[in-house]
Design a protein around this ligand. Structure first.
Ligand SMILES: [Fe+2]
Length: 126
């Protein structure tokens, strides 16, 4: 069974999907099974990818990464930043030229996990 909030990827066309309701694990794209994307948590690359989560009053700011901003060029950029609470998902969609950060109108204490997806280096979580 697929699980709610799992993310799957097609290595042929680049489709990226998130599960909203559980079902049979038979996701097919471009005539082949889609791959479950596992989030990385430890960064061995020179660019920093692990989301940095900060409280800003009653809001929460997520920056990629903590000490140096991740590139946001046409070739290499953060596609989205996502926060997850017990019963909510919030996602900011980014594009080249944007700052690699997002502000969510939700208290940091409610956030269980923060994710980001880099078009070159894949999925990361804090
Ligand atoms: Fe990257």
């Amino acid at each position: 069974m697929t699980k709610v909030r799992e993310i799957y990827y097609c290595s042929i066309c680049g489709n990226l999907i998130e599960i909203l309701s559980e079902g049979a694990p038979a996701l097919v794209c471009c005539d082949q099974p889609m791959e479950l994307v596992e989030a990385k948590t430890e960064d061995a690359t020179t660019e920093k990818h692990v989301p940095y989560v900060q409280a800003i009053g009653n809001d929460t700011k997520v920056t990629i990464g903590e000490n140096a901003a991740h590139p946001m060029t046409d070739e290499h950029f953060i596609k989205f930043i996502e926060i997850r609470t017990a019963d909510k998902v919030g996602r900011a969609e980014l594009k080249p030229g944007d700052d690699p950060e997002a502000i969510f109108h939700i208290k940091k204490d409610e956030i269980i996990e923060a994710y980001e997806y880099c078009n070159v280096h894949g999925l990361w979580k804090d």
